[in-house]
Design a protein around this ligand. Structure first.
Ligand SMILES: CCCCCCCCC/C=C\C=C\C(=O)SCCNC(=O)CCNC(=O)[C@H](O)C(C)(C)COP(=O)(O)OP(=O)(O)OC[C@H]1O[C@@H](n2cnc3c(N)ncnc32)[C@H](O)[C@@H]1OP(=O)(O)O
Ligand SMILES: NC(=O)C1=CN([C@@H]2O[C@H](COP(=O)(O)OP(=O)(O)OC[C@H]3O[C@@H](n4cnc5c(N)ncnc54)[C@H](OP(=O)(O)O)[C@@H]3O)[C@@H](O)[C@H]2O)C=CC1
Length: 323
C-alpha cells in the first residue's frame, strides 16, 4: 500500500510539473476552461431592480457585477456599510449603472423591514431577489455553543426567511411577479460533519424555496436554488480552510480538476433570474464541477489506479473464473 501510494503521488506531481500548472488545478482542468465573459445578451436586465444580500463581497459581489453589466439597477445589503459602499462605487464606475448600498442585518426582521422601506423609496420593489448572505465556520459539533449554532442558523435560515417573506408579502400586495434565488451548497443535500449548523440551515433554505415555488407561483413568483461547490472567496476559505491545507485534496476529488469561479456562478445566477428562465421554478441546480457525485460513488477512488495496476488486477479477477 505504501509503495502504491508513493507511486500515485510521484505520478501526480509529474503531471503537475509537466503541465506547468500553478498548484491549485489538475492538468485535465485545461479541458474545462472557465468562460469569464457575460453570457446573456446586453440589457437583459434593463429596467429591472435586483436585490442581493451579502452583495458587498465574494459571490454576491460577482453576481451584482454581472447583473449590473446586464443593465440592472442593483441594491446590495449586508452588515458592513463601508464594504458595501466601496463595492457599489466600484461596480457603478465599471458599468455606468446605479448600485445602492443598504445596511441590513438579515437576522433582525425589523432591520429587514426597514431595509425594504429604504429600497422601496430608492428603486421600488425588486424584480429579482438573491438570498446569498451566509455565515459558516468549520468546528467539531461537540465544540459548538448554543450561540455558535444560532449565529449560523440565524443568518442562513432565518435571514433568508425574513428577507423572502418581507419582500414576498409586499410584492403580493402590489400584484408584482419576481424571481427569487437562494445560494445554498452541495452538502445541503448530503449533510456534512464539521459544518452541521450550515448544513442544517441550508437544507432548511432549500425546503423553504421548494415550498414557496409550489405555493406562490400563482402570484407570479419563481423560486430556484444554486448549490455551489468550492469557489475561492476570502469569506469562505478563511473560515473553511484556515490553514490552506485542504484545497489540494478538494481539487483532487473534483472531476473537472479545478475550483469554480465567481464569474461562472454569476452567469448561472443571471440566467436563472432572467426571462430566459421563466419556466424554471423549484429547480435545484448543482454547480460543482462534478464534486458531489465524485464524493458519493463507492469506487470513484479507483481513478488513481494506473493502466499497469489495472492489468494486474484484471488478471487476478479473471483467475477466479470457475472458482
Ligand atoms: C475541505 C476544505 C474546504 C474549504 C473550502 C470549501 C468550499 C465549499 C464551501 C461550501 C459552503 C460554504 C458556505 C458558506 O457559507 S461560506 C461563507 C462564509 N462567510 C462568512 O461566514 C461571512 C460571515 N461570517 C461571520 O460574520 C462570522 O464568521 C460568524 C461567526 C458566522 C458570525 O459573526 P458574529 O455574529 O460576529 O459572531 P460571533 O463572533 O459573536 O460568534 C457567535 C458565536 O459563535 C462562536 N464562534 C465563532 N467562531 C467560532 C469558531 N471558529 N469555532 C467555534 N465557535 C465559534 C462564538 O464563540 C460565539 O459563541 P459564544 O457566544 O457561545 O462564545
Ligand atoms: N465560496 C464558496 O466556495 C461557496 C459559497 N457558498 C455560498 O455562497 C454565498 C456567498 O459566500 P461567499 O461569497 O463565498 O462568502 P462571503 O463571506 O464573501 O459572503 C457572505 C456575505 O454574507 C454577508 N452576511 C453575513 N452575515 C450577514 C448578516 N447577518 N446580515 C446580512 N448579511 C450578512 C456578509 O457581509 P457582511 O459581513 O457585511 O454582513 C458577506 O457579504 C453564501 O451563501 C455561501 O454559503 C456555497 C458554497 C460554496
Amino acid at each position: 500500500l505504501t509503495l502504491l501510494s508513493q507511486q500515485f503521488s510521484q505520478t501526480e506531481s509529474w503531471f503537475h510539473r509537466s503541465a506547468g500548472l500553478q498548484s491549485g488545478s489538475a492538468p485535465h482542468s485545461q479541458l474545462f476552461p472557465p468562460a469569464e465573459g457575460v453570457m446573456l445578451p446586453p440589457e437583459s436586465f434593463k429596467n429591472r431592480v435586483v436585490f442581493i444580500t451579502g452583495g458587498g463581497t465574494g459571490l454576491g459581489r460577482a453576481m451584482a457585477t454581472v447583473l449590473s453589466q446586464l443593465g440592472a439597477q442593483c441594491v446590495i445589503a449586508s452588515r458592513k456599510l463601508d464594504v458595501l459602499q466601496q463595492t457599489a462605487e466600484d461596480i457603478c464606475s465599471r458599468t455606468g449603472n446605479k448600485v445602492h448600498a443598504l445596511q441590513c442585518d438579515v437576522r433582525d426582521p425589523q432591520a429587514v423591514s426597514h431595509c425594504v422601506d429604504q429600497m422601496t423609496s430608492l428603486t421600488g420593489l425588486p424584480d429579482v431577489i438573491i438570498n446569498n448572505a451566509a455565515g459558516n465556520f468549520i468546528c467539531p459539533s461537540e465544540r459548538l455553543s448554543p450561540n455558535a449554532w444560532k449565529s449560523i442558523t440565524d443568518i442562513v435560515l432565518n435571514g433568508t426567511a425574513f428577507v423572502t417573506l418581507e419582500l414576498g408579502k409586499r410584492l403580493i400586495q402590489d400584484q408584482r411577479g419576481a424571481s427569487f434565488l437562494a445560494i445554498t451548497t452541495i452538502y445541503a443535500e448530503s449533510g456534512s460533519g464539521f459544518v452541521a449548523p450550515s448544513a442544517s440551515a441550508k437544507a432548511g433554505v432549500e425546503a423553504l424555496y421548494k415550498s414557496l415555488a409550489a405555493e406562490w407561483g400563482r402570484y407570479g413568483h419563481r423560486f430556484n436554488i444554486i448549490q455551489p461547490g468550492p469557489i475561492k472567496t476570502k469569506g469562505a476559505f478563511s473560515r473553511l480552510d484556515p490553514t490552506g491545507k485542504f484545497e489540494k485534496g478538494m481539487i483532487d476529488r473534483i472531476p473537472t480538476g479545478r475550483l469554480g469561479t465567481p464569474a461562472e456562478l454569476a452567469n448561472l445566477a443571471a440566467y436563472l433570474s432572467s426571462d430566459y428562465a421563466s419556466w424554471i421554478s423549484g429547480a435545484v441546480m448543482r454547480f460543482d464541477g462534478g464534486e458531489y457525485v465524485s464524493m458519493a460513488g463507492e469506487f470513484n477512488d479507483l481513478r488513481r489506479v494506473t493502466p499497469d495496476q489495472w492489468k494486474m488486477m484484471e488478471a487476478m479477477i479473471r483467475s477466479t473464473k470457475g472458482s
